[in-house]
Design a protein around this ligand. Sequence first.
Ligand SMILES: [Zn+2]
Length: 68
Amino acid sequence: MAGIPCPSCKQPLGLTLEFIMKHPKMQCPHCNTIMNFEVSEEIKLKMEKGLREIEQIKKKYSKIAKFT
Ligand SMILES: [Zn+2]
């Protein structure tokens, strides 16, 4: 999964959605901007569902790969 850049200085932070969900508030190491990625419970649930679907797709493809 691609990292998310700093919204202030656009430097790549290498953060994943999973990391942001666990650490919604952090400081940019490049420009020291405090970022707040806190989101509503509804959005969190949607992101978790999305991550689970990605895992399921990966499993599906790994099964297909065994037959080739
Ligand atoms: Zn920054």
